[in-house]
Write a protein of this length. Structure first.
Length: 367
C-alpha cells in the first residue's frame, strides 16, 4: 500500500514537473530565442515576441542575422558555441534593429539539445528601463544644479544692473542733447540685459491649473503654425480622442509646445514635416515614480536632428544647437513641465527628432 502511494506521488510529481516545464517559458519575463544548427530561429517565447516586435510565425526559420542589424551576437561566435558547447554571456549590450530601434540587454547564449540535435538557447534580459531611470535621475540632478547656479548668478547681476540704469537716467538729466545718445545706449543695453536675466531666472509665476481638454491647446498651436508658415513646412496632427481632460495651465503648456515647434521650424525646409501627436500612455516613469496612466504629447519632425554632443544637456540653461540661440527656451520648457508634475524628454537622430511631454492623469496626481 505504501509503495503504491509512493508510486502515485512520483507520477504526480513527474506530471507537475512536465506541466511547469511546458508552462513556464511562456510566462517568463526573460526573452528566449532558440536557434537550430543553421542559426535560424525555430522558437521564441512571448517575451521574445514582445522584445522583437514580431510573432513566432514571422520569425520562424528566419536567420538570426536578418533580425538584428548590429549586434555582438555574430554567426562566428554562435558557430563556435555549437562546436565547443562553451556558453557565453554579455552584459550591457546594445542591439540595433533594421528599423533603427535600439535596446540594451544582458545576453546569455548556451548550447542545448532538442530531438537529438544541437540547438542554441539565447536569453535576453532587457535593462533599458533601469539604465534610463538612472540616467534620467542623474540628468535631473545636473539640470537642477545648473539651473540653481545660473539663477544665483542672475540675481547677482540683476541688482547692479538696476543701479547702472538708475545712474544713467540721472546722468541723462545733466547732459546736452548730443551726449544723451550715450546714456540712451546704456539704458537700452541695461534693459536688454535685465530682460535676459529675467529669462535666466525662469518663470516667475506659478501655473494657473484648470481642468481642460489638452487638444484645444494643441489644435490652437497647429492652426497658428499653419497660418504663419512662410517655409510651407508640412504640418500633420494625430490625436487620441480617448485622453480625458487634464489639469494644466493653458498658457504655459502652449508656450512650451510653441517653443519646441518654433525651434524645429528654424532648421526645417519645405521638404520637411512636423507632426503633433497625442496618445494615452501607460506605465511611464516620471521623476522616479511609476505612473500607470498619463497623456503623451509628441512633437516630431524629420529634419537634420540635434547634434549628438548636446543631446544629454539640451535642457540645461545656456545650451543651444544654434549659434544665434540663447539656450534658455528649452530650459524654461523643462521648468514649466516640471511645474505640472510631468516630464519632458527628447530623442533625436538625422531624419527623426521627437520631443515627448508626459502629463499624469488627474487620478495619478492625487494618488
Amino acid at each position: 500500500m505504501q509503495r503504491m502511494m509512493m508510486s502515485n506521488t512520483m507520477v504526480d510529481l513527474q506530471q507537475l514537473k512536465v506541466h511547469y516545464q511546458q508552462a513556464l517559458p511562456n510566462q517568463m519575463v526573460t526573452a528566449v530565442v532558440v536557434l537550430d544548427q543553421s542559426l535560424a530561429i525555430c522558437y521564441v517565447n512571448p517575451a521574445a515576441e514582445a522584445l522583437l516586435v514580431k510573432s513566432l510565425s514571422k520569425l520562424y526559420q528566419l536567420p538570426i542575422e536578418q533580425v538584428f542589424y548590429n549586434t555582438p551576437i555574430n554567426s562566428n561566435r554562435l558557430q563556435q558555441l555549437l562546436t565547443t558547447g562553451q556558453e557565453f554571456s554579455d552584459s550591457d549590450v546594445t542591439i540595433e534593429f533594421f528599423d533603427h530601434r535600439k535596446i540594451t540587454v544582458e545576453i546569455t547564449a548556451s548550447s542545448v539539445t532538442f530531438e537529438n540535435q544541437p540547438h542554441i538557447l539565447l536569453e535576453f534580459k532587457q535593462i533599458d528601463q533601469q539604465k534610463q531611470i538612472s540616467a534620467e535621475a542623474f540628468q535631473q540632478q545636473q539640470w537642477e544644479s545648473a539651473r540653481d547656479l545660473i539663477r544665483g548668478l542672475a540675481h547677482e547681476i540683476k541688482n547692479p544692473l538696476g543701479g547702472l540704469r538708475g545712474a544713467a537716467q540721472l546722468l541723462d538729466l545733466e547732459l546736452n542733447i548730443e551726449q544723451k545718445e550715450y546714456t540712451a545706449m546704456i539704458i537700452e543695453q541695461a534693459d536688454r540685459l535685465t530682460n535676459l536675466v529675467d529669462r535666466l531666472l525662469g518663470p516667475n509665476q506659478l501655473p494657473v491649473m484648470k481642468l481642460q481638454n489638452v487638444h484645444i491647446v494643441i489644435e490652437k498651436i497647429f492652426q497658428l503654425t499653419k497660418f504663419d508658415n512662410p517655409k510651407n513646412i508640412v504640418l500633420e496632427r494625430d490625436y487620441d480622442p480617448s485622453i480625458p481632460e487634464l489639469i494644466f495651465d493653458q498658457d504655459k503648456l502652449q508656450q512650451t509646445i510653441i517653443n519646441i515647434v518654433n525651434n524645429a521650424i528654424q532648421v526645417l525646409s519645405s521638404d520637411n514635416k512636423i507632426t503633433l501627436r497625442t496618445r494615452a500612455a501607460s506605465n511611464k516613469t516620471i521623476n522616479g515614480k511609476r505612473i500607470k496612466l498619463c497623456a503623451e504629447i509628441n512633437i516630431i519632425d524629420d529634419g537634420p536632428g540635434i547634434p549628438e554632443h548636446i543631446q544629454s544637456t539640451i535642457f540645461y540653461p545656456m545650451v543651444s544647437g544654434r549659434a544665434s540661440g540663447t539656450g534658455l527656451g528649452l530650459s524654461i520648457c523643462q521648468t514649466i513641465v516640471h511645474q505640472h508634475n510631468g516630464k519632458l524628454s527628447c530623442k533625436s537622430r538625422p531624419g527623426h527628432t521627437e520631443f515627448t511631454i508626459l502629463l499624469p492623469f488627474n487620478s495619478e496626481i492625487n494618488s
